[in-house]
Design a protein around this ligand. Sequence first.
Ligand code: ASN
Length: 338
Amino acid sequence: MCWYALADQQKPKVTILATGGTIAGAAATGTQSGYTSGAVTIDAMLAAVPGIDKIATVKGEQVANVGSQDMSFDILLKVAKRINAIAPNADVNGIVITHGTDTMEESAYFLNLTAKTDKPIVMVGSMRPSTAVSADGPLNLYNAVGVAADPKAKGRGVLVVMNDQIHAAHSLTKTSTTAVETFMSPGRGLVGVASYGKNDWYNSPIWKHTTQSEFDISNVTQLPRVDVIFADVDMPGDLIDASVAKGAKGIVIAGVGNGNMNKAAVDAASRAAKSGVIVVRASRVPTGLVGRNVELDDDKLGFIASYELNPQKARILLALALLKQRSLDDIQKLYDMY
Ligand SMILES: NC(=O)C[C@H](N)C(=O)O
């Protein structure tokens, strides 16, 4: 199908929910590396993308305007609720969310578990601010709208479109602090590629998401506290004690290797587990999975293995899981399914 031949009434309708990020960032000149995130509105961003109105009828809503380092559960709950409110409307064929890249992966994963629609939901950001020479935001936004308008994007959960690539929320991770090709999906590969509004599809995510997800945030206003603690050489176990003392209901260890940690940390984590805090072992290593009972005896220690989820996504799943009472077995099963 040639997108450019679409008459107005045939054009897919895409709503953009804008939250900020570098894609909405601005600097005083086109060649400086310092800039302010979340400084440009969605209307100004759309005005910088020539031809976007040829592939879809696009409407923008400003939900927030923050750098994604300041993304919060408050804003994410607002975005998820807004998606769930507008997705059933006949004049919404797809939804795009503009977002900073720093925490894009966990926000994508959160929305993947809490949005209740089969319609395409596509997140997009940029690595260069809107004022930069060769800003990457306008083409990323064009491609994101092209994916959100594509019926083949339906039912694949939340997707992230950056640098011509289509990633699944479960698998993508940020790998470079500054490069435009920062996102990769190391374990599972790309869902597809996007090129000037046309897409090639390779894969569908195998994990439960959106309409099959059991997580319902319609009445949720706050998430339980879950902390991520980074494991390294000679780490002090009292970091874990401090997290418990501060009221964490769950702790994710960004473990060494296969989700491991030194004896001081294992002792503190098993104390935490005995007191009812849920301890999940993830890994600070970017590829491979954390298996159950491999180097540590999870059955005996009362720990959960994160399998393929990195620490930041393991935290999102645990925070949602802890919205209701569940057994350790049931929580472990969630890491298998989601
Ligand atoms: N490239 C970016 O978007 C980085 C920015 N700090 C953000 O996440 O909002």
